[in-house]
Design a protein around this ligand. Sequence first.
Ligand SMILES: *Cc1c(COP(=O)(O)O)cnc(C)c1O
Length: 365
Amino acid sequence: MKFNSQISNLPIYEAGKPIELVIREFGIEPQNVVKLASNENPLGCSPLALEAMKESIKCANLYPDDSYYELKESLANLYHVSSKNIVIGSGSDQVIEFIMHAKLNPNTAMLSAGVTFAMYEIYAKHIGAKIYKTSSATHNLNQLKEQYLAHKDEIKVIFLCLPNNPLGECLDANDVYEFISSVDSDTIVVIDGAYMEFAKFKDSKKAINPSDIVKLNNSIYLGTFSKAYGLGGMRVGYGIANDQIITAISKLRAPFNITTPSLAAAIAAIKDQAFITQTLENNFKEMKIFEKFATENGIEFIPSYTNFITFKFDTSRDSTQICDNLLRQGIILRNLKSYGLNAIRITIGTSKQNIKVLETLKKEI
Ligand SMILES: *Cc1c(COP(=O)(O)O)cnc(C)c1O
């Protein structure tokens, strides 16, 4: 059978390895596996969300409220925007897909930083659109501007991952707003704020406010319940933009694209901002231990505004070998070789997990 030509060259997103694989292949007891590969919340999720999910499954026979009225109202209150400025996705990944389908075709292009979230490129390739990246791995606004101006007629989507996965750096909000204002009204600037809760907690200069984004005609803010909210398994994300953009991309949303328990979990999770504060405090307290370890062991790292830290190795060390050796001992980290980097990305875990990771890593480097 023949398939569309873009399928043959399509890269497959390398997801973090599951705990089940380590148990199966290396015979490690489940309680001894440490999974810090997918930027999940090591504290779990809010107990309010757990309770709401349990309650919601009693209605498993019913479709969820497809208007997502209550979730949109909660998000609207949280971000000081209107419900009509919000679209809900099965993870913010799905909102990325909506944007791509709304703006790209094989005669157009997307632009991003040199090393950033792999799904941008993968979705662009689904459509057969062209991909431009900066030579700088991290976000460099001068280079982004240069590339944009050089291919202005083609570029219809620009991704800014703020802060950036998998490198952890973050642009200042003022510079971002200035950049967006230099972009044409027919090109959408996507602010992927998957880790924004972390960035703005560390430094208020990084805070991009969705209430500012909705005033613009060429930008969308993406958020997710998968990271700070600890609900990766529930698959809920959202886009916030002016109503013209939301109306257009909402047409691509299939009905009931998130489940009844997912919806209940997200609504309840927003109510528990104390859990978010606890998550953020634990994250940056524990991050210091990783920074100290890197400094003491001659490992390069980029100061991180996220819930992970990326260690870059010199040529005397090999990230693939380090990751494989750790995996055999039940520790799952993210190798960044597929991004062309001799580096590993480590999600900040609980104190106990972090101690174990660093003790094991010390023996392998
Ligand atoms: C995790 C992540 C997302 C989306 O995750 P979902 O689980 O699909 O909401 C989007 N962008 C970046 C950069 C991420 O790291």
